[in-house]
Write a protein that binds this ligand. Sequence first.
Ligand SMILES: [Zn+2]
Length: 592
Amino acid sequence: MKFLHSVLALFLLAVQGTVLAQDQPLLQLKYEENYTPTYDEVIEMYRLLDEKYENASLIEEGKTDVGKPLHLFIINNKPEFGPEKIRQEGKSVLLINNGIHPGEPEGIDASLQFADDILRNKNGMQKWLENTVVVIIPVYNIGGHLNRSAFNRSNQTTPYETGFRGNARNLDLNRDFTKCDSENARSMNKIFTKWDPDVFLDTHTTNGSDHQYSITWVTPFPDYFPPTQEKFLREKMIPQVFEMMDKGEYKLIPYVDWIFNDPLAGIQIFPDAPRYSSGYASLFNSYGMMTENHVYKDFPDRVKSGYQFMAVLAEFTAANSAEIMKSREKGLQETLELKSYAIDYTIDTTEYRMIDFAGYETSDKIIDKATGLPRFGYDRSKPFSTKIKYYDVYNVSEKITIPEYYVLPQGWWEVVERLHLNGVEMISLKNDTILQVEVDYIDEFSSPKQPYNGHYFHNEVKTHSEIQEIQYHAGDVIVPVRQEKIKYILEMLEPKAMDSFFRWNFFDSALDQREYFSSYGFEENALKYLNEHPDFKKQLDEKQAADPEFAKNHRAQLAFIYNNTEWAEKTWKRYPVGKIFEKARFWLTPSF
Ligand SMILES: [Zn+2]
């Protein structure tokens, strides 16, 4: 027995020896030397982790504009990598996106370190994988990351070389989540549909005002969530993540978004519209957020603080996995029961709370070392700590009544395609049909002189609505609104919603007038019309009698006839998506 015990002890020692050997990090990261890996190096490192650990897998998931595939690195606690199976097992999904702006690479390094550490079970990290699967996008903007140079970031000294903000089509991918001009965004939409992440982190770097923090946090925007989720965010997720970060080496503050031109006068929560990663995630009631590392800190500190945030987020997600998933389900139910939906918000400047802020004194007499001239700046020899106001409450400033269905003519196939990418269930009309729908007319809209991310975004939009009978055709699309993707549907198809397809120019051809009348060509038809419509002719006569200027103006009279009769183009400025407010109309009429 004694002998056996000794053998067993020796065996255990050997096993332990193996475990100890595995405890060493596999990857050779060089962020301490201000070096961030190239694209090939990043993928090679994930490939090494994939080879070594059977509970991790590097897969290709869709295309990108530069021609290389997008990758996902999936970390589970067993060799199971299918999102459906993972869901069935009741696990939550944490998705981490990196390198959307490749000049901001902290997340790329931090994720590699995080993957290496969790896989080798550093400090028992692997227990988080019992409840949560971590999915990492190694580099999202691959084209930008390949465009590597020491001259891509003028406000940043380290790392010495980085990628470039624009992607292979020079798009800013953090404005492209819903309009999907890039293959990258189309792949991301598919990833969201397939994986339905419960928590989503997108990693960035900011060069806003200077302060003492290495990392700042664009939290999920609570007012953008249904009540159960807003409560979870305000009372649990946001305060606990701050508390957990406080216990570590790097403290966290909200992203410094000035409200009155000076951080000491207060900062406001960043209202992230759906074009942004975090705003896009919230369309699916997913807890989306961004970290913004602070560019004026050293790169190693930025990577380490980003890593600390990832670890905190993974720990929080794992510890609250069931509640996170349940709150999302409850949130969806709450949205499905709404009669009206908020499409615009304004900040409530009467609601704020005090938060700690560690900054530097400012001066406008700092001597610029490059030019020798005085400039405004922050005096890092004069740090201070204070409390500042944090404004994180928004009020609803505009609402729409939720229709039961949208009717989308198939000619707007670019929109249909994006609805498909996002898993929206649609019904195709079986026959040519006239439907009575409510339609919006675009009365006013504004567009910038210069394109913004490949579009002339319509900032101001004013509409009025009318009820009309419209001819639709077999194959046109009915979108039932009360389905899982309700928020996405409303935000994208309501023309006045903040990042709607209308605002992003998907329906601009509806804004042109296609026909008009000629001063001499309209005569025959106008006369025929007046002869056949005595009531209308009477209106014209009355107007001529009441308005002497009008009576003398040939062109104005023809315009009156053209614009107030069937000649007028009903489709001009008519937003092409119709609305039906009656319940269950299409479910009850299977002939469609
Ligand atoms: Zn960024």
